[in-house]
Design a protein around this ligand. Structure first.
Ligand SMILES: [Fe+2]
Length: 343
């Protein structure tokens, strides 16, 4: 009894801090996961506030991006650019990533093996084409705008190995879901052509917008996610990334779009919008430069020092990844190896 009390007392500041930042776990945070607070609208207040501040920051950052891209991002929730790099630059990048040799993290997701390399200053030193992509002015401005935080995202190289010969685990990426309660942005520069054979990205255009229907859905989901024990459906909720059923999607009036795109296509998407990794019909690979921009949604400001802030985030995230490695390696969900991507 006493130990429980002290544990709660000790964790209270952390839970409160999470409440005012990107914390989303209904399972691990009893304030975010409080049935009564959510009944009174806690989840909805967090969503509305985060979306309002996102729009405010976007407005201030609008000189970074042409009006047509801003409009598309606002209405549909994504921006797509085919033939993003000049051919010579793209071929150089593809050669560099295909021949990459170094530390790789590998995760089991369903029957997919996801191999990732987190790009920090050390990797950039050894990868000139990657360095030049990260410094690409058009990409830099686009990501600084879309993230609404005026800093470049975290960069990874990601290589999916579909239908790899592994013991399957549930794959959370294959169900349509929103990543979290606030707008946040991911980007992919495709190194391979993508079609049904290698699991194309699926996105629901317009589903990033707040509507009364969406807010009602969010409210119902937040109450469901607060359930504990046997009352909770273990297959359905995944730490605050709500999944949406085909029926609910239809009721909200949405239609998913499958992105069959050629190599050298850049896709930037607000992953508050519903999305998933499409099924791959055969044993195949899909390599991308993967970008992730997540930041405190309740901070109304953005950085005025994009470069140094980006480096600070990279440094901090590298530490977090090292900490996460320990748990994931122990659970068998992850393995780390030195070598090349499987192709
Ligand atoms: Fe996602």
């Amino acid at each position: 009894m006493n130990t429980k009390f002290y544990k709660k007392f000790y964790l209270l500041p952390k839970w409160l801090l999470e409440l005012f930042s990107w914390g989303k776990s209904f399972k691990n945070n009893p304030i975010i996961g409080s049935y009564w607070l959510n009944r009174c609208g806690l989840h909805i207040v967090r969503i509305v506030l985060a979306h309002g501040l996102f729009r405010f920051r976007l407005l201030l950052l609008s000189p970074l991006v042409p009006a047509e891209d801003r409009r598309h991002f606002r209405i549909y929730g994504f921006i797509l650019k085919r033939n993003f790099l000049p051919d010579a630059d793209f071929n150089k990048l593809a050669r560099e990533l295909h021949s990459y040799e170094g530390d790789v993290r590998e995760f089991v997701e369903g029957t997919t093996l996801t191999q990732r390399v987190f790009i920090t200053g050390a990797e950039r030193e050894q990868m000139p084409a990657m360095r030049s992509l990260i410094g690409h002015p058009r990409l830099d401005r686009l990501m600084r705008y879309c993230s609404s935080k005026n800093r470049r995202p975290l960069y990874y190289v990601e290589n999916l190995c579909n239908h790899a010969n592994v013991v399957p685990r549930p794959d959370p990426q294959r169900d349509l879901h929103a990543d979290t309660f606030h707008p946040c942005v991911k980007g992919w520069l495709y190194l391979d052509d993508t079609d049904d054979s290698n699991g194309p990205f699926v996105y629901v255009p317009g589903s990033h917008c707040l509507s009364l229907r969406r807010l009602k859905w969010e409210y119902r989901q937040s109450l469901e996610a607060c359930k504990r024990g046997d009352a909770r459906d273990p297959a359905r909720y995944w730490d605050g990334s709500f999944r949406v059923s085909a029926k609910d999607l239809q009721e909200m009036g949405f239609q998913p779009k499958v992105f069959h795109v050629p190599a050298n296509t850049l896709l930037v998407a607000n992953v508050y919008g519903f999305h998933r990794r499409g099924e791959a019909t055969e044993k195949s690979h899909r390599m991308t430069v993967w970008m992730q921009a997540r930041d405190n949604p309740f901070n109304p400001l953005f950085t005025l020092w994009p470069e140094s802030t980006a480096r600070a985030f990279e440094w901090g995230w590298a530490k977090v990844l090292q900490r996460l490695d320990r748990t994931k390696l122990a659970s068998g969900e992850q393995r780390n190896f030195g070598g090349r991507f499987t192709r």
